[in-house]
Design a binder for this molecule. Structure first.
Ligand SMILES: *Cc1c(COP(=O)(O)O)cnc(C)c1O
Length: 418
């Protein structure tokens, strides 16, 4: 590796352009930061206690899970929060708690990832895909056109891009659509002053390793609705121990629903909660660090011929934990060449246009369990999306270097097309 880059790096008079053509990025796109020491200490205390199950408590000890639920509810401004086993589980639970059942239709984004249509399929329902815009948000015209075909919208803020939420909620309100938000990529983000997860009836979050807090696996469901939360708690496997939760609806609500709500176990345990609580305390600062990295990348990519940067609206308070750009109307072979050349220089780009689901990307029409009708305008955009994670283990200089590499390789491939 070193041998191939040495000449350009070692030559003091090498033209900057020359360096840009040969430098190689050495970081890992899948390496997250360590768990904070405070979290490690809290996890050890849980292990020493032997009480890992959330309902295994002594005397009036609230336990790590209930404390985390209170803290997460406060952090999002929701009345209730339920900590669960995964983000996908939170989404399926939200659908079940709203009474979505087999054969029913659920509107959702065409720009999506496997856990979203998967959650819909897990309750036997069928997705109806809504198109994507060049801003990578849900197409509100298409949503308005399809709004009468379902009772629920599973809105995924894919890759952290939030649609105009005032307009979206107005469309949903008019059509009587209940909104569930998939906030796997927007924990800490907001539209205007209202956090993601707080626009719809239910907000779902993931604390899986590649999201904004890391407990390996985990997730949250937040809502202000008494009955939705009572059902969600029962669904998550509460064995009627719901009074041990961090945020609990009134007992009479449980009385009303407890004989009709099945147990579909997906609880969080004290070990994961112990790891998450210190991370929640620093989440706002972490989001700021992601955005510093995002801005360096965005600035570095802006103005690259043939490359479209995703523009953000002023009301969107995003968390730039990943970055996307478009190579609009490029032939597939050229896009593949860019991916190959960037990879050879250590930069891993994911492509949403690939024919087969791979490396966590997939297309809405990849899934045979979820029939879809073609969306030509969206297909054009999906074919153009390149995607990259920005772990906090990258320095700002790493981000500047990655931008130089992408810029050089996209530029070279674009030139070759002309
Ligand atoms: C990660 C993710 C989820 C939830 O995933 P889990 O792995 O089940 O925690 C949901 N939606 C999207 C878009 C995701 O990327």
């Amino acid at each position: 590796m070193r041998a191939s880059v040495a000449p350009a790096i070692d030559l003091p008079r090498a033209a900057p352009q020359n360096i840009a053509m040969t430098e190689i990025f050495k970081g890992s796109f899948t390496q997250q930061e360590p768990i904070p020491e405070e979290g490690i200490a809290a996890a050890l205390a849980v292990l020493r206690s032997g009480r890992l199950h959330r309902y295994n408590l002594v005397a009036d000890e609230p336990g790590e899970v209930a404390l985390l639920e209170r803290e997460f509810a406060a952090w999002t401004g929701a009345k209730y929060a339920l900590a669960v086993a995964s983000g996908g589980y939170a989404m399926a639970t939200a659908l079940r708690a709203l009474g979505v059942g087999p054969g029913e239709r659920v509107l959702t984004n065409a720009f999506t990832l496997a856990p979203v249509p998967g959650a819909i399929a897990s309750v036997g329902a069928l997705p109806i895909f809504v198109g994507v815009t060049e801003a990578l948000t849900i197409d509100l015209e298409d949503l308005a056109a399809k709004a009468d075909q379902a009772d629920v919208l599973m809105l995924s803020h894919m890759r952290g891009h939030m649609a105009d939420m005032e307009r979206l909620m107005e469309i949903c309100h008019r059509a009587g659509l209940t909104v569930i938000e998939d906030c796997a990529h927007t924990m800490g983000a907001a539209w205007g002053a209202t956090p993601s997860g707080r626009w719809g009836k239910v907000g779902c979050f993931s604390t899986q390793t590649y999201k904004h807090m890391n407990s390996g696996e985990g997730g949250f469901l937040v809502t202000d609705d008494d009955e939705v939360m009572a059902r969600a708690i029962l669904l998550s496997g509460s064995y009627m121990l719901f009074d041990r939760h961090g945020t609990v609806p009134p007992a009479e609500v449980f009385e009303r629903v407890k004989y009709d709500t099945p147990n579909v176990s997906g609880r969080m345990d004290h070990l994961r909660a112990a790891i998450l609580r210190p991370q929640l305390r620093v989440l706002a600062a972490q989001c700021e660090r992601w955005n510093e990295r995002y801005r360096v990348l965005e600035t570095g990519l802006r103005g690259t011929p043939g490359l479209t940067v995703i523009e953000r609206l002023a009301r969107e308070r995003y968390v730039g934990s990943s970055i996307q750009f478009l190579l609009l109307d490029w032939p597939a072979a050229r896009i593949e060449e860019v991916i190959r050349r960037c990879l050879a220089r250590g930069v891993e780009l994911k492509w949403f246009g690939a024919a087969e689901p791979s490396g966590f990307t997939s297309r809405y029409d990849s899934w045979r369990y979820a029939p879809s009708t073609p969306l030509p305008a969206s297909d054009r955009i999906l074919r153009a999306i390149l995607d990259m994670r920005l772990p906090l283990t990258f320095s700002l200089e790493d981000c500047a270097q990655i931008a130089r590499i992408i810029r050089a390789e996209v530029g070279a491939a674009y030139q070759a097309q002309l």
